[in-house]
Design a protein around this ligand. Structure first.
Ligand SMILES: [Fe+2]
Length: 484
């Protein structure tokens, strides 16, 4: 039996071919083109560059900037992170100005990135990366990758992770301003990457640590109005949650924290025989709570939630039978391995009835990254936009679908199998819910370049009204926000 080097043992790379062991594999000419989505971005980021218009014309009235965040640095000469969720956060800005688009991207200058760039190697433990035993970890923000989402607040952009603080960056230069300590006595407390913003601008969020959570309520300017620690019924993994006008919904999949050594994901145990729980909290009095039970399912993202006239609460989410994608595929992609046997999520509706019953409504649409009209956060709505049609020959989705809950059907546009489509935001241009642009990026594997697209939700199947191409193939990101 071949003796493993310390690095191979540490990163679990045994059993793969020599090519897959090379830290620089992703993006190399010999590797499949889709590995560009998981390659290191240049250390200095991208741009500023003016994107090249390749189709249509920018819609009149579309002004502002799309900000996106995602992991974009994975590898050093002799080590690599071992999970997609552990790359360093790169903030990208696509500014629409007079029909043209300018693109800039900069890494968030986190403690993790400073330490690892200085060491020229992976040091910190992450979601799925064990890290080095001699890493200096003073608190959660020592390992904060700031790589998951963005929240525009008071003229700044907050780069969000989930186990530590937001990190503020300048909205124009993307230079890192620093950690946001929301309240001195709550420094380094977790702040999830999926805050919910009421139409008034008030910001709600959770931070979750085991069987306890902190409920954050911030003003539109980002000042803490209220923060309260609550007990949860179970110590489950929570990435996203939901909010109605009157309630907060903590959705608890039976993926429960147990004992064990880092990384974090290896401490989570899936218990498919246990129910999915929904803790419903009254926004005005967090001690007023109800717990609903539904069949076991795993999820990362919700669309939103709302209450109908009967008192029932509706929430939509992209749900899988189990979390195997996160435990296997999200590691494999960094090694250039695409598994076709892992079942991706499906958009489902979950209804919580006043009498305690729950009901799951399936749509048959397989996909991820659900988005809604953010003017309707917590309010009744009909639409969910999501990425759909998982490809056979790469780990991404090729289409965007707009699902209509009232009509019980969806409409799609498929970019083709040579695209890996990224989250598409609903950017309103009129008062109706369907009066919106879908704005987002894709990685064009034939052109080996990132593209930016604008589609009209009223004519989705016709495809983009405008597309631009970057000179670069940027790694795939997670979540964005559009700022007018
Ligand atoms: Fe997310």
């Amino acid at each position: 039996m071949t003796k493993l080097s310390r690095r191979e043992a540490l990163f679990g790379l045994a059993g793969l071919g020599a090519a897959a062991l090379a830290p620089g594999i992703a993006g190399a000419q010999s590797a499949p083109a889709w590995t560009l989505g998981y390659a290191n971005a240049p250390a200095g980021g991208y741009g500023p560059e003016r994107l090249r218009l390749i189709h249509g014309a920018a819609p009149r009235g579309l002004a502002g900037a799309l900000y996106r965040n995602g992991p974009a640095w994975f590898r050093y000469p002799d080590s690599a992170v071992t999970h997609w969720f552990d790359g360093d956060g790169l903030i990208r800005r696509f500014a629409f100005e007079d029909g043209a688009v300018r693109h800039t991207a900069r890494f968030v200058d986190t403690n993790k990135r400073k330490v690892e760039q200085a060491a020229n190697g992976v040091v910190m433990a992450g979601f799925g990366t064990p890290g080095r035993a001699d890493a200096v970890v003073a608190h959660a923000d020592s390992t904060n990758a700031a790589n998951t989402a963005v929240l525009p607040v008071n003229g700044q952009i907050w780069a969000l992770w989930e186990a530590g603080s937001p990190i503020a960056v300048d909205a124009t230069s993307l230079e890192t301003a620093g950690l946001k300590t929301l309240r001195a006595d709550l420094a380094h407390m977790p702040f999830l990457a999926h805050p919910k913003v009421e139409p008034s601008g008030r910001i709600w969020n959770l931070g979750v640590a085991g069987s306890r959570a902190i409920v954050w309520r911030l003003s539109a300017e980002g000042a803490v109005e209220h923060a309260q620690v609550i007990d949860l019924p179970r110590a489950d993994y929570v990435h996203d949650w939901a909010m109605t006008e009157r309630h907060l919904l903590v959705l608890l999949q039976p993926w429960t924290m147990g004992e064990g050594r880092p990384p974090f994901v290896d401490k989570l145990k899936w218990r498919g025989d246990a129910p999915f729980l929904v803790l419903v909290l009254d926004k005005d009095d967090l001690s007023r709570r109800r717990v609903f039970e539904a069949p076991a399912m795993s999820f990362f993202h919700t669309g939103d939630a709302w209450e109908d006239g009967s008192g029932a609460i509706r929430v939509d989410l992209c749900a899988s039978p189990d979390p195997s994608w996160t435990m296997t595929s999200a590691r494999d992609v960094l090694r250039g391995v695409h598994r076709r046997d892992v079942h991706g999520p499906e958009l489902v509706g979950l209804t919580l009835y006043p009498d305690g019953r729950t009901e799951v409504q399936r749509t048959g649409v397989r996909g991820e990254f659900p988005q809604t009209d953010r003017r309707r956060q917590g309010k009744r709505r009909a639409l969910t936009a999501l990425l759909a049609q998982p490809a056979a020959d790469h780990p991404g989705e090729t289409a965007v679908t707009l699902w209509d809950w009232e009509r019980g059907r969806g409409e799609s546009y498929d970019f083709g199998t040579h695209h890996m489509v990224e989250e598409m935001l609903m950017v309103p241009y009129g008062p109706e819910e369907r009066d919106c642009w879908l704005v987002g990026t894709s990685l064009n594997l034939k052109a080996r370049a990132t593209e930016l697209h604008v589609l009209d939700a009223r004519r989705l199947s016709r495809g983009p009204v405008a597309s631009w191409r970057s000179a670069h193939a940027a790694p795939l990101g997670f979540h964005g926000a559009f700022v007018r």
